[in-house]
Design a protein around this ligand. Structure first.
Ligand code: SF4
Ligand code: SF4
Length: 373
């Protein structure tokens, strides 16, 4: 059983750590870790597929702090339809232990289940028996999963895996009523079953921190001293049952801002909730592409299209139609890799945790980013 009181409300997601060129900016990450721990933070979230993240966690955290002073979460990813053998899972897990130097994992997750087929692949691999054995061996303290599926699938997994101790789900104000992400329904299911919730994507991959000037004006007018991102964090932190909220912080500035949001935390007031409702109305009016820039789609794309970059440019042009600079940025992408280069194989759509209709969106992007105003 998890003692949720032991876990800090702000979790440090190690997915979007700062880099200098292709290398991690280790000195900055160390400073971020130090500030976070000094402020009482103790939950770190990494994953095998966050490239280099497990290894750098050893350098910046695990080798520098007593092991019992923080909680480390990591995950096993098994591609849909490609079950692993027990020996393969053993190799994977041992590699994780070795890379992190962690000796054991406080929280261990089935990574990013978005469909029943993906869940069955974990079952076929014997993943749940594997985790039970690792728990018995003291190598895993708590088991759960990160989830990108629908309410029906969440209920199914929780029915079949009653040993689940926590769930990691996507909650933010833009997705609360979404019929694709189902934040509200997933939250309710977890609450009804009394399962602690780890929130991921509270700022929707940065979308809720980089809002249009019109939305910024509304938020600043309501609370001039609060940052734009703080609204998103306060929205989810105001919900009961949330154990920790993961923020994939990318620099010291974001760390400081988040620490100040959670220092003497105050839930959103009724007025604050109304302000958010207004923001959602405006936000959806500009029809943003709700890509979180997780970049999961990129590796398998035969045309090496930087999909999140193109979607980010498209969102910019939708917020500020006619922005010539955005079009210049787009024109710098080689033709072989731009939105028009898509061959509609849909490999990306199968993996996108946000269930985006990427092929159609790229077609829209290709038009919007090249048309003359
Ligand atoms: S559908 Fe297009 S963008 Fe997606 S993987 Fe295939 S070529 Fe790449
Ligand atoms: S399109 Fe989907 S998979 Fe690709 S970066 Fe965006 S959210 Fe992630």
């Amino acid at each position: 059983m998890i003692n949720t009181n032991e876990i800090s409300k702000l979790g440090f997601g190690l997915m979007r750590l700062p880099k200098i060129g292709a290398e991690f900016d280790v000195e900055q990450i160390k400073m971020m870790v130090d500030s976070y721990i000094k402020a009482g933070g103790n939950y770190f979230d990494t994953a095998y597929i966050y490239q280099g993240s497990e290894a750098v966690s050893k350098e910046v955290l695990i080798s520098r702090y007593p092991r019992e002073s923080f909680k480390l979460a990591t995950k096993m990813y098994i591609p849909q339809g490609k079950p692993k053998t027990k020996d393969e899972m053993e190799v994977y897990f041992n590699e994780q232990l070795e890379k992190t130097g962690a000796e054991y994992f406080d929280f261990y997750l089935m990574h990013g289940v978005a469909s029943e087929k993906a869940y069955r692949t974990f079952c076929d691999s014997g993943f749940f028996e594997f985790v039970a054995q690792k728990k018995a061996d003291g190598k895993i303290r708590h088991n759960g999963f990160s989830f990108h599926g629908d309410p029906k699938l969440l209920n199914l997994i929780l029915d079949e895996q009653p040993q689940t101790e926590f769930v990691q789900i996507q909650i933010n104000y833009a997705d609360w009523d979404s019929t694709v992400i189902y934040s509200k329904e997933l939250y309710k299911i977890s609450m009804e079953r009394n399962i602690p919730i780890i929130v991921m994507e509270p700022v929707k991959g940065g979308i809720l921190a980089n809002v249009s000037s019109r939305i910024e004006e509304i938020l600043k007018k309501a609370e001039p001293n609060k940052s734009i991102a703080s609204w998103a964090f306060r929205y989810v932190a105001s919900l009961d049952g949330v154990m920790t909220i993961l923020s994939g912080m990318s620099n010291m500035e974001q760390m400081n801002d988040n620490l100040s949001t959670f220092d003497n935390f105050q839930p959103l007031s009724k007025d604050g909730q109304e302000t958010i409702s207004k923001v959602i109305e405006i936000m959806y009016g500009s029809k943003p592409i709700l890509c979180t820039s997780c970049r999961y789609c990129i590796e398998g794309c035969p045309k090496q299209i930087d999909i999140p970059k193109i979607f980010s440019l498209t969102n910019s042009i939708r917020r500020t139609p006619g922005d010539r600079l955005v079009k210049v940025f787009y024109s710098q992408i080689p033709q072989d890799n731009n939105a028009s280069a898509c061959i509609e194989c849909k490999k990306c759509e199968k993996i996108c945790p946000q269930h985006l209709p990427i092929v159609d969106l790229l077609k829209e992007a290709a038009v919007e980013l090249t048309k003359d105003n």
